[in-house]
Structures are given as structure tokens and as C-alpha cells.
Design a protein around this ligand. Structure first.
Ligand SMILES: Cc1cc2nc3c(=O)[nH]c(=O)nc-3n(C[C@H](O)[C@H](O)[C@H](O)COP(=O)(O)O)c2cc1C
Ligand code: SF4
Ligand code: SF4
Length: 396
């Protein structure tokens, strides 16, 4: 029985991505984020493809990706039997078990790509056994994504999204082992907002979301529901599509079918340039332009009818708390300057891409380069989001 394996809950992370995502810094690789305690060089990720995504595949692309999920590997008898049936039906699968995984990880030693294992299993013990073999240096990605019938029949893959209790049991067991946990899932299979909250409460660190054809709408819903690192997946083949994801809540984007070197290189170069030029590679759109809750960092004082008021209401935050929060987080910083701006300080000012001569005059007089202004807005955003998600939900 799954529950027999579950230890008492470990201390839970209550801060917005706390150790999971580093705050803004324009120096070196930390301008993006950290995963499993390691800075990623670029927020472009290789998504797993069974039978294909192995160490050699990653090493060929290592110059243009920050993280990679090798596999999927089938862990237990049920998932291995499913892999066999899928191979008989013509799919490529990995069959080498733990020995193969160990050999692949050995080949990746010394690479600066953050490595994850995409794993299929039907119960917590299958995953616990993997942690005993592979330790804490890799990210453990639970495959709750595979839709192949043999995998579903084996109670693996997407079947876990219909048995969230089992999925959460797996997460709790992994969390108790002190490892970094990703959940690979499709959006739109179940109530994404509730699912995100449940996975957060159970102890997941990363949600790796195949958005199918839902676009960024579902991504924004998930961003607004939990403080986890989000990787957006499916059809990310151009800088435009990548930026759509970054400006609606993604921390990283991943590619599987289009993960050829020219495409990866193009995305990697684009996001490095954007990061250098703007100071915040995944800055949200303003709230009134469809941005996620990170965009509160760019919002005005609550003085007019606009999307700010319903957003605060949904968050259960009253206007006075919002005012005090932004004032408290910016006190004594350059963002507290700016008498000439609409609301008396840069704390209430818009994104740098929104033209404004008043804000720009203040920035010039301080002086504060726009990239540093945006880096400070990123830190302010992290503080706001940390406050919003300070309490782990008890209702799910
Ligand atoms: C041949 C193939 C094998 C795949 N195997 C896995 C797998 O083992 N585990 C998993 O989570 N996703 C698997 N996927 C899904 C991909 O990781 C990805 O979510 C999907 O292809 C959509 O992303 P893309 O548009 O970048 O290809 C596989 C996809 C393909 C095409
Ligand atoms: S407060 Fe300002 S930035 Fe925020 S939604 Fe309203 S008008 Fe837009
Ligand atoms: S001064 Fe400019 S940037 Fe600041 S809130 Fe007003 S319009 Fe926006």
C-alpha cells in the first residue's frame, strides 16, 4: 500500500520559490534562475523523448540548453511491461533499467547542464528506489504525461493525473528524500489550478507543462495558483512563442520534437540578448495587458477601476495591505524615489517598455539604468509573490 511508505511530512517551503529560484542579478548565469541548487546558463530545456533523449543527445546540444530531462525510463515491473508493449507497437523505448540510467549519468558528469530523470512508475516505492540509486544531484521528474494505453493500463503516465492521491504520495516520498521534484503533465486534463495547488502542497518544486494547444492562458492560471518553477512546453520553436510563455509566467521553456541545434541556438541567443537589454528575461506583461500576478510589481496605486482591484480581491488582499506591502518592500531602495511620477515613487511605475518621460527623467537623475530598474522590479515582484504564497493552502 502506497501510504505505508509515507513518512511524516517534512518542513515545507513557504516562501516564493525561496531557494528554488534566485532573485535578480545581472551577473553571469544567475541572471536566469537556479534549479536543484545550480544556476542554469539559459532557460531553454530539453524535454524527454523515450528512446531518444540520452546523454549523447544532451551533450550534442549542451552549449544551448540550461537543463535536460533524459528518459523516460520505466522504473518498475508494471511500467517496464508497458514499455515492452509500446516497443512491440513500434515506439522506441529505453530498456536498460538502473544500470543504463547510471551509465548515462556518468557520461553527463562535468557537464554544466542541470540534469533531470524523466521516470515512469506506478507507486512511490519505484521512485524511492531511484533516489537510493541516484542521490540528490539529479532532478526527479515524474512522468504524469504519457498517454500510451499500455502506460495508462499500468497506472503510470497521465493516469496519475486522474489519481492525484497517488501522484501526491509519490511527491511526498520524493520530498522526504530531499530531492528536487518535477512533474511532467499536460494542461487541461483536470482542473489545472487545483492540481497546481495540490502538487505544491505535496512538495513538488517544478511543474513541466505540456500546454498542448491551450497557449499561455492555462500557464497564467497555473502561475497565479502556486509559487513553483514553471517550464512551458509544446511547440516552442520561435523566440516569439518563447517570449509569449516568459511574459505569462514561465521560468523556462522546453523542446522535444524541435530540439535541433539551430533552433536551440536561436532561442538561447535571443533570450540572452533580451536579458541583457531589459534586465528581466521573463518580465510579465502589465496586468491590464493580460499579465500574471508577478505584474503587480508594475501596478499603480489602487485608485481606479482596472484589473488591479479584482486581482487583489481574488487574492484576498485588501488595498491597504497592497499599499503597505509595496511600500515596505521598496523602502530605502531606489524604487522609493520619484516625486515627479504619477504616484510619487517608482514603486508604482510601469514596465520599462511602456514609454514614460516622467519615469525616465527620474531614472536619469538617480541615475538608475533601465536594466537595473527592471532587475529591482523583479526583486519587488518576488517579494510580492512570496507574500501572496506565504501560507501553504490547507483546503486541498
Ligand atoms: C517520440 C517522443 C517520445 C516522448 N517520450 C516522452 C517521455 O518518455 N516522457 C515524457 O514526459 N514526455 C515524452 N514525450 C513528450 C515530450 O517531452 C513533449 O512534451 C512533447 O513532444 C511536446 O513538446 P514539443 O512540441 O517540444 O515536442 C515524448 C515525445 C515524443 C515525440
Ligand atoms: S493598476 Fe495600473 S498597471 Fe495595474 S492593471 Fe491597473 S492600470 Fe494597469
Ligand atoms: S510616471 Fe509613467 S511609468 Fe510611472 S506610473 Fe506614471 S505613467 Fe507609469
Amino acid at each position: 500500500m502506497a501510504t505505508a511508505l509515507i513518512p511524516s511530512p517534512p518542513p515545507r517551503q513557504t516562501k516564493y520559490q525561496g531557494a528554488r529560484i534566485s532573485t535578480a542579478s545581472m551577473r553571469g548565469s544567475s541572471r536566469f534562475l537556479s534549479i536543484n541548487g545550480k544556476s542554469v546558463n539559459t532557460p531553454v530545456v530539453l524535454a524527454s523523448m523515450a528512446g531518444i533523449t540520452n546523454a549523447a543527445y544532451v551533450l550534442e546540444r549542451a552549449a544551448h540548453v540550461g537543463a535536460a530531462f533524459i528518459g523516460g525510463f520505466s522504473l518498475d515491473a508494471a511500467s517496464q511491461e508497458a514499455s515492452k508493449k509500446m516497443a512491440e507497437a513500434g515506439r522506441i523505448e529505453f530498456f536498460g533499467g538502473f544500470e543504463e540510467i547510471a551509465a548515462e549519468l556518468a557520461m553527463l558528469e562535468g557537464s554544466d547542464v542541470v540534469i533531470g530523470l524523466n521516470l515512469r512508475g506506478s507507486n512511490p516505492e519505484a521512485y524511492a528506489a531511484a533516489t537510493r540509486a541516484f542521490g540528490t544531484d539529479v532532478v526527479y521528474e515524474i512522468d504524469a504525461h504519457c498517454r500510451q494505453q499500455p502506460m495508462i493500463d499500468a497506472h503510470c503516465g497521465e493516469s496519475l493525473l486522474h489519481n492525484i492521491g497517488v501522484l501526491c504520495d509519490i511527491i511526498r516520498v520524493l520530498h522526504a528524500k530531499g530531492v528536487c521534484i518535477s512533474v511532467k503533465m499536460r494542461a487541461g486534463v483536470t482542473d489545472d489550478r487545483l492540481l497546481a495547488r495540490k502538487l505544491w502542497v505535496a512538495g513538488a518544486d517544478i511543474l513541466h507543462i505540456d500546454l498542448m494547444d491551450t497557449g499561455y492562458t492555462r500557464l497564467r492560471q497555473i502561475r497565479n495558483s502556486c509559487p513553483l518553477i514553471l517550464i512551458a512546453n509544446n511547440g516552442i520553436t520561435s523566440p516569439e512563442r518563447m517570449m509569449d510563455m516568459f511574459s505569462h509566467g514561465a521560468d523556462m521553456v522546453s523542446l522535444a520534437r524541435s530540439a535541433n541545434v539551430p533552433t536551440l541556438q536561436h532561442l538561447d541567443r535571443s533570450i540572452r540578448v533580451i536579458s541583457e537589454e531589459t534586465g528581466w528575461y521573463n518580465a510579465p506583461k502589465q496586468l491590464c495587458r493580460g499579465g500574471d500576478i508577478r505584474a503587480l510589481t508594475f501596478c499603480c496605486m489602487p485608485v481606479k477601476q482596472c484589473p488591479l482591484l479584482p486581482t487583489l480581491e481574488n487574492l484576498g488582499m485588501d488595498c491597504q495591505d497592497y499599499l503597505a506591502l509595496k511600500q515596505g518592500l521598496t523602502v530605502n531602495s531606489s524604487l522609493s524615489q520619484g516625486d515627479q511620477t504619477c504616484f510619487g515613487s517608482l514603486a508604482w511605475c510601469c514596465k520599462s517598455s511602456t514609454p514614460c518621460m516622467f519615469r525616465d527623467m527620474v531614472l536619469k537623475s538617480l541615475p538608475l539604468p533601465k536594466t537595473e530598474y527592471m532587475a529591482m522590479k523583479r526583486e519587488l515582484s518576488a517579494g510580492i509573490v512570496e507574500k501572496i504564497f506565504a501560507d501553504v493552502p490547507t483546503d486541498c
